[in-house]
Ligand binder design. Structure first.
Ligand SMILES: CC(C)(COP(=O)(O)OP(=O)(O)OC[C@H]1O[C@@H](n2cnc3c(N)ncnc32)[C@H](O)[C@@H]1OP(=O)(O)O)[C@@H](O)C(=O)NCCC(=O)NCCS
Length: 363
């Protein structure tokens, strides 16, 4: 059983929830973002729901868990709850920020303080679970020193009835607990453009165009891996934000800057922070070829990457006979670095050789 203490951190005071919080709780919970990601909260959320929550919060303390109201200058700004630890000293936390207090680091500060308070009270591991599309929550966890451990596929059902993957993060006492700086920051303003092409994060709305393009014979000829369904590709698009935020990869739709049409796909993958290396890959719809679109897109992304990330080497691999792709790389400032034998499996059971191309960070 945890002591019913008050935790102070900076300008925040975390205390037990009280009846006086009820109206603020209704306003915080009867909110589209809260409802979207806290699947079990009633929606719409009423005063009676807040009263039920307040009773459950007391019961939680009595059952070995904890529930805090986060306050700033005496006002409700959010909540943070702790499930009773299991037999191995593992506790799970969950949180919400009141809509009027979001984006100010309130929950990050509170999460850090509660996690350290739990360690002081014998907890050996604090877990946190966030939906793959809940980027604000994932960012909070990274800033509060949590490390990502894995993903649970189809683990919950969202408000829209769709099953969703859940990312598991945890912090243990021997972790440094430092706030992780994003290795791959988001684009300023969300997109990059040179007036002819526009690079925008892949989203679910791009999945049908992407799916069609990947099945087009001249694209499929250079594809690797099993073929995917439209549903697979929609699911993949739901990962764009999480992959980017966690520094794993960038997935972009290339759009015609004038018409907005989907022209192709460009990605930065195999990001290895330890050596500062990433790899690009791309495909263009046949009707957009021969206009320098991909050269522009690659230049935009690679110039951005060297200006905004610590990446030192950006590489690209082409099948040895893919001359069009090799011209794109040459025009985008890449040089041929090496040749690798029998890399890409082909449908007929043979394997194609690969040429690897490199652009180094400018000095
Ligand atoms: C998750 C939640 C608690 C975050 O609260 P908050 O007060 O905004 O958190 P913070 O200000 O400490 O940090 C939010 C971070 O997410 C980032 N962020 C917010 N929305 C984002 C988005 N759509 N895409 C990418 N990053 C986003 C912010 O920029 C900030 O990061 P930064 O400091 O690097 O700029 C709040 O959004 C919330 O209450 N959501 C509903 C309930 C919920 O999802 N709970 C967690 C369930 S796992």
């Amino acid at each position: 059983m945890f002591p019913r203490e008050v935790i102070s951190t900076g300008s925040l005071v975390l205390r037990r929830p009280s009846n006086a919080d009820a109206e603020a709780i209704v306003r915080a919970c009867d909110d589209p973002v809260t409802a979207r990601f806290l699947y079990v909260l009633p929606s719409p959320y009423t005063l009676q729901d807040a009263r039920d929550y307040l009773r459950a919060a007391e019961a939680k303390w009595a059952n070995g868990g904890a529930e805090f109201t986060i306050t700033e200058n005496g006002h409700y700004v959010g909540a943070i709850g702790v499930r009773p630890p299991d037999a191995w000293g593992v506790a799970e936390i969950g949180y919400l920020a009141a809509p009027w207090a979001r984006g100010k680091g309130v929950v990050t500060k509170a999460t850090r303080a509660v996690t350290e308070w739990l360690f002081d009270h014998g907890v050996e591991r604090v877990e946190l679970h966030a939906a793959v599309e809940n980027l604000a929550s994932l960012r909070v966890a990274f800033k509060a020193g949590f490390q990502e451990e894995g993903r649970r596929r189809d683990a919950k059902v969202g408000r829209d009835g769709r099953r969703t993957d859940i990312i598991t993060l945890a912090r243990i006492p021997r972790d440094p607990g430092l706030a992780a700086e994003p290795y791959l920051p988001f684009f300023d303003g969300g997109e990059l453009s040179d007036g002819v092409v526009r690079l925008a994060p892949m989203e679910v709305a791009d999945a049908p165009d992407y799916h069609r393009m990947m099945r087009e014979p001249s694209v499929a000829a250079y594809g690797v891996g099993p073929s995917t369904t439209l549903e697979d590709n929609e699911r993949r698009c739901r990962y764009t934000g999480y992959w980017w935020l966690s520094g794993q990869r960038i997935e972009l739709a290339i759009k015609d800057a004038v018409s907005g049409e989907f022209a192709g796909h460009l990605q930065l993958v195999h990001v290895q922070p330890v050596i500062g290396q990433g790899m690009i890959g791309y495909s263009l719809q046949p009707e957009f070829r021969g206009r320098g679109f991909m050269t522009r897109a690659v230049r935009l992304l690679v110039d951005w990457a060297f200006a905004n990330t610590p990446l030192h080497r950006i590489v690209a691999g082409t099948v040895v006979d893919n001359k069009a792709s090799q011209r794109v790389l040459e025009r985008a400032g890449f040089v041929r670095e090496s040749a690798h034998r029998e890399v890409f499996p082909r449908e007929d059971g043979t394997r194609a050789d690969e040429l690897e191309w490199l652009r180094l960070r400018p000095r």
